[in-house]
Write a protein that binds this ligand. Structure first.
Ligand code: AMP
Length: 284
């Protein structure tokens, strides 16, 4: 695996690959890699000849500076995992390299309509930071495709919208959510859960499963499903709900009735750890 911290050296290596007609897939991450990230690498490998994994904890997308500071970082372990997973190129730039490298114009972008509500409402500015850095990474790497996890479902929609808006020739590939043995969605933040809080966090996948069962048994009312999900999440307390929403999977606007396919999205705080999860709700 080749490793780069500088844009110029990375681009030189990518030019060599492109000159040999190799296609390139990008997997953007913030590090603290786990099996969820590696599943994105696997999908990238199936879609391109060369997989570039970026690791960059993007300060612009943290609306809470404490969360940015507490974000787990372990570059040595990450690089070992990436190499074992078959990543061809790891790109681990500094903040300075990303945001002030030979740049004259301001680079800040604004996220589009998909960023309204949900995470966009609870984390002001978050998606502007996400589209800004992803657009920069796209411009630096110029990949043929890029893989994003459905774990961050709204982020996936925001990126798809950004690519459509700017007309970038990049295929955005969604990756299914990877869960642990207790069905909790893998997240770098799970490391910060105490074992008691982990047990509480397990209510999240349980509540999603209940919603799927309700829909399968004919329940279509979003408010009834949301009530049941919220009751499971709240349990005997120790978890606070930020939102439970049932939305159209394309524009992410709330729907009153689950017809055909909808998306259930949840954000909750356990201890001082904020967790998000989501699932499809299908009537058929
Ligand atoms: P992050 O490092 O948390 O910014 O995540 C980098 C990429 O990995 C994003 O596209 C995430 O959606 C994706 N990802 C994170 N956790 C998971 C998971 N449990 N399953 C699938 N994809 C994930």
């Amino acid at each position: 695996m080749q490793k780069f911290t500088e844009i110029a050296a990375l681009q030189q290596a990518l030019t060599t690959e492109r000159n040999q007609s190799r296609t390139i897939a990008l997997v953007p991450t913030m590090g603290a890699l786990h099996t969820g990230h590696l599943s994105l690498v696997e999908i990238a490998k199936k879609n391109a000849d060369i997989v570039v994994l970026s690791i960059f904890v993007n300060p612009l997308q943290f609306n809470d500076p404490g969360d940015f500071e507490k974000y787990p970082r372990d570059l040595k372990d990450d690089l070992n995992m990436a190499s074992e997973a078959g990543v061809d190129i790891a790109f681990t730039p500094s903040t300075e390299e990303i945001y002030s490298h030979n740049r004259v114009e301001p680079v800040a972008l604004k996220a589009g309509k998909a960023a309204e509500g949900l995470e966009g409402e609870h984390r002001p500015g978050h998606f502007d930071g996400v589209v800004t850095v992803v657009n920069l990474l796209f411009n630096i790497v110029k990949p043929d495709s890029a893989v994003f996890g459905e774990k961050d479902f709204q982020q996936l929609r925001v990126i798809q919208e950004m690519v459509e808006t700017v007309g970038a020739p990049i295929k955005v590939i969604p990756a299914p959510i990877v869960r642990d043995s207790e069905s909790l969605a893998l997240s770098s933040r799970n490391k910060r859960l105490s074992s008691a809080d982990y047990d509480i966090a397990r209510r999240i996948p349980k509540s999603l499963l209940k919603a799927q069962e309700l829909v399968k048994s004919g329940e279509q009312s979003s408010s009834k499903i949301i009530d049941e999900v919220s009751a499971i999440l709240l349990g005997d307390n120790q978890l606070s709900i930020e939102y439970v929403a049932i939305c159209n999977p394309i524009d992410l606007k709330p729907v009153m009735l689950v017809e055909n396919e909808a998306r259930l999205l949840v954000a909750a705080v356990v201890g001082d750890v904020r967790l998000i999860d989501n699932c499809a709700l299908t009537t058929s």
